[in-house]
Design a protein around this ligand. Structure first.
Ligand code: NAP
Length: 277
């Protein structure tokens, strides 16, 4: 019988996951289908109960349900519990177990540039949901330092306070980060500044950036934000948000099927959906 997989969110129409994951199911000849469901916050518990009752293989969870889903699950892994957010649920023998593949997806995508963030000087820009997943995952991976710069500095300080992994970190203003940008090996932009349609915006000017730095922006629309454009013009290596998106999906697919999928195929699929080739 065809196995059901899903993504729950609100809104959900924009999600690129159904086309990306269904392509993998057919490529690997798996009798499964992945469907998007728009679920209102007040119906989340019922939706999860229904999916469990019909024997769902697993599902993704996206905005605004990543944290509120937790009480409806049967279990949660350590990293997802510490982040306080789940983006992937796996049906393990009838029990629904929550994972977070956003942070690990970001780190895996970084492999093209650096094998490990251990010993690196890192700056995370932003302190929202995506930053939380990335910061906790990076903090766990033994960096030399991982600072957070945010418009609201108190939110960055709260993120550092909440993190169970011991790593040297400071909460900075965007202005301070801009002044000290030359101190970092890896800079990770996680706010929505510069996202379409406001593509001319950027968190701060990169005057003091070193060309040896790696600069990531987790936005993928546009593929090159103004921030990445400036970083590239300073000679730095740059990476957009496609890899994080593809790898978080690949890690979810692996948890559901035991197959680590063809990343290049996934990347091309996403670029096609974005109209990029
Ligand atoms: P979020 O939880 O709402 O966090 C928003 C962050 O952006 C906060 O740090 C906020 O600062 C900051 N911010 C927003 N508007 C700002 C402005 N005008 N000036 C300065 N700072 C501003 O959002 P999220 O879920 O983390 O998502 C953030 C971005 O990541 C989105 O563009 C999303 O598409 C992208 N994303 C990509 C992937 C991927 O797979 N590539 C995955 C997840 C998210 P304050 O604390 O001061 O409000």
């Amino acid at each position: 019988m065809k196995k059901l997989y899903a993504v729950l969110g609100d809104p959900i129409g924009h999600s690129m996951s159904p086309v990306m994951i269904n392509d993998l199911f057919s490529f690997y000849q798996l009798d499964a289908h992945y469907l998007p469901f728009q679920v209102k916050a007040e119906n989340l518990g019922d939706a999860v109960k229904g999916l469990k009752a019909i024997g769902v293989g697993g599902f993704n969870v996206t905005i605004p349900h990543k944290s509120t889903i937790i009480p409806f699950l049967d279990g949660i892994d350590e990293l997802a519990a510490s982040i306080g957010a789940v983006n992937t649920v796996v049906n393990e023998g009838g029990g629904l177990i929550g994972y977070n593949t956003d942070g690990p997806g970001f780190l895996s995508g970084l492999n093209a540039f650096v094998q490990s963030v251990s010993g690196k000087r890192i700056l995370v820009i932003g302190a929202g949901g995506a930053a939380r997943a990335i910061y906790f995952t990076v903090a766990k991976a033994n960096p030399y330092v991982v600072d957070i710069a945010n418009r609201t500095v108190e939110t960055a300080a709260k993120l550092i306070e909440d993190c169970p992994y011991d790593s040297p970190s400071r909460a900075l203003s965007l202005n301070e980060a801009s002044k000290n940008i030359g101190d970092y090996d890896l800079i990770i932009q996680t706010t929505m500044i510069g996202m379409s349609p406001k593509i001319a915006e950027q968190p701060f000017i990169l005057d003091k950036l070193r060309k040896q730095s790696i600069v990531c922006d987790i936005i993928y629309n546009p593929l090159e934000t103004q921030f990445l454009h400036d970083a590239a013009s300073k000679g730095a290596s740059i990476q957009n948000g496609i890899d994080m998106f593809v790898y978080q999906g690949a890690l979810a697919f692996e948890k559901w099927t035991g197959i680590f999928p063809d990343i290049e195929r996934m990347r091309n699929n996403v670029l096609k959906q974005l109209g990029g080739n």
